[in-house]
Design a protein around this ligand. Structure first.
Ligand SMILES: CC(C)(COP(=O)(O)OP(=O)(O)OC[C@H]1O[C@@H](n2cnc3c(N)ncnc32)[C@H](O)[C@@H]1OP(=O)(O)O)[C@@H](O)C(=O)NCCC(=O)NCCS
Length: 398
C-alpha cells in the first residue's frame, strides 16, 4: 500500500470531517464544523493520502495544552486527536506512519510529553503510550444520598447565566488545574467552544445550567426521560467549593439520579455522605494516556514526595528516545540526566508514563513483567517516590 503524508490546509477541514464521521459513526453538520474551526490549527494535523488521486486515507491531529504534573509544575503538551484511518485501508500501516511522523515532529519541536484518550485500549501501547489515569463514571441515587450531619456546609453557590459562567469559570479552572495532576489547560477559544450549547447536541437534555462558587464551577443538564442530572463540568479549587457544589446537585428535587462521567477515584464525595455506597461506580476505564518524548525534562518537572536516586533503563522501540537516565528527586525538585552507569530498573517508556502520574504502582508493573529490578527495595523506592497526593484528572474531553 502506497500512501504519502502531508500537513493539513485550512480547506481540508470539510474532507477531514467526512473521514472522521465515517470512522466514528457520527454526523457533523456545517454548524458543527464552523463551531470547531477556531480550534483547528492545520499545522497540527497530518493527512495520509493516496498519491494517485489525493483521497484522504488517514488523519491525526493535536490540540496544544499545558498539563499539570505531580507537584504543580506544568509542561507544554500536545493532545493527540482526530485519529482515524479509512475502513477501506486499515491494517496496512497508515496509523503507524502517521504516529511516527507526528511524534517525531513533536519531539523535534521540544514537546516533552504528548497525551490522548483512546477509543480502544489496544492501540497506543505500541507507540509508547501508557495509561496515566483512570476515568470513573458514577451514579448517585439522589433520593437516598444524604450528606453527613457534620459535613461542611459552606454555601456560596449561585446560579448564573452562560455569559457570567463563561467569564468566571476560567479562573476557577486555572486554580483547580494548579492542584490537580494531569489537568489540561483550556485556551480562550476552547472555553468559547465549551459554551456552545446547540439544542441539537443536547442528547435530549435541557440547556446547560451553570453553578458558580468563588472557588468552584459546575454545569449540568437535566434529562427528563430518566429524571437524571448529568454533570458536564465540575471543578473545585477548594474542598469547601467541592462540598458546596455537591450539596446543590444532590438537592435537585424532582430528579432521581445525578451522574458524572469523570469522578476521580479519590474524590471525597462518598465520605461527605451518610452512606458512601450511594456513590456507585458505573464504569471504570482508562482515562488519559501519556507518551514521554523527553525523559529528562519530563522526569525533572515533577516533584517527588520522598527522595529518590535511581538509574532507569528506558526502552523505546517505537521512537528510540530511551536510554539510561539517572533520576535524583525529592520534595524540593528533581534532576534527570543521561548516564552510562548500571541501571537499577528496566522498563518500557509506556510503563514510565504510567508510573509518572502516580496512578499505578511499580510493584504492579513488576508483577505484570513490565518493570524489572533485581533489588526489591528499588520497587518500594519507586512506589514511594512516584506517588502523587491526588488522583490524575485531565478534566477536558478532547
Ligand atoms: C485505530 C485505527 C486508526 C488503526 O489504523 P490502521 O491504519 O489500521 O493501523 P495500522 O495498520 O497502522 O496498525 C498499526 C498497529 O496497530 C495495530 N492496531 C491497529 N488498530 C488496532 C486496534 N483497533 N486494536 C488493536 N491494535 C490495533 C495493528 O495491528 C498494527 O500493529 P503492529 O504494527 O504492531 O503489527 C483504525 O482502525 C480506525 O480508524 N479505527 C476507528 C477510529 C478509531 O478508533 N480511532 C482511534 C481514536 S483514539
Amino acid at each position: 500500500m502506497k500512501f504519502e503524508i502531508r500537513h493539513a490546509l485550512p480547506d481540508d477541514l470539510l474532507a477531514m470531517s467526512a473521514a472522521d464521521s465515517r470512522a466514528f459513526g457520527i454526523t457533523y453538520t456545517s454548524t458543527d464544523i464552523d463551531d470547531f474551526r477556531p480550534l483547528f490549527d492545520p499545522d497540527r494535523y497530518l493527512l495520509a493520502y493516496d498519491p494517485a488521486d489525493a483521497t484522504i486515507l488517514g488523519v491525526t491531529g493535536a490540540f496544544p495544552f499545558e498539563i499539570t504534573v505531580p507537584g504543580g509544575a506544568t509542561l507544554a503538551t500536545e493532545g493527540v486527536t482526530w485519529v482515524s484511518v479509512a475502513a477501506t485501508h486499515r491494517r496496512q500501516g497508515i496509523l503507524r506512519g502517521l504516529m511516527d511522523r507526528q511524534h517525531r515532529e513533536h519531539a523535534e519541536q521540544g514537546v516533552a510529553l504528548s497525551v490522548l484518550t483512546a477509543s480502544e485500549g489496544g492501540i497506543y501501547g505500541r507507540f509508547g503510550y501508557g495509561q496515566a489515569s483512570r476515568q470513573r463514571e458514577v451514579r448517585i441515587d439522589r433520593r437516598l444520598a444524604r450528606m453527613r450531619a457534620d459535613a461542611p456546609n459552606p454555601g456560596g453557590v449561585r446560579y448564573v447565566d452562560a455569559e457570567e459562567a463563561r467569564a468566571l469559570a476560567p479562573d476557577v479552572h486555572r486554580r483547580w488545574a494548579a492542584v490537580t495532576p494531569g489537568a489540561l489547560s483550556r485556551s480562550e477559544p476552547w472555553w468559547d467552544h465549551e459554551f456552545v450549547d446547540r439544542a441539537e447536541r443536547r442528547g435530549g437534555g435541557t440547556e446547560l445550567f451553570h453553578l458558580v462558587h468563588p472557588d468552584g464551577y459546575a454545569s449540568y443538564r437535566i434529562h427528563q426521560s430518566d429524571r437524571s442530572c448529568r454533570v458536564v463540568d465540575f471543578f473545585a479549587a477548594t474542598e469547601d467549593a467541592h462540598a458546596a457544589l455537591w450539596r446543590v446537585l444532590l438537592g435537585l428535587d424532582l430528579t432521581h439520579t445525578v451522574t458524572s462521567e469523570a469522578c476521580p477515584l479519590d474524590d471525597p464525595l462518598p465520605w461527605l455522605l451518610e452512606d458512601p455506597r450511594q456513590v456507585r461506580t458505573t464504569d471504570l476505564a482508562d482515562g488519559l494516556w501519556a507518551r514521554i518524548l523527553d525523559v529528562e525534562r519530563t522526569l525533572a518537572a515533577r516533584r517527588y514526595p520522598v527522595d529518590i536516586d535511581a538509574v532507569l533503563d528506558v526502552a523505546d522501540p517505537f521512537l528510540d528516545l530511551g536510554g539510561r537516565f539517572r533520576l535524583r528527586g525529592g520534595p524540593g525538585g528533581a534532576s534527570c540526566e543521561r548516564v552510562t552507569s548500571e541501571p537499577d530498573a528496566h522498563l518500557n517508556i509506556a510503563t514510565l508514563a504510567m508510573l509518572y502520574f502516580g496512578s499505578h504502582r511499580a510493584h504492579a508493573m513488576a508483577r505484570a513483567g513490565l518493570l524489572a529490578a533485581d533489588d526489591p527495595a528499588v520497587l518500594a523506592a519507586l512506589d514511594s517516590a512516584f506517588a502523587a497526593d491526588r488522583e490524575v484528572r485531565h478534566g477536558t474531553h478532547f
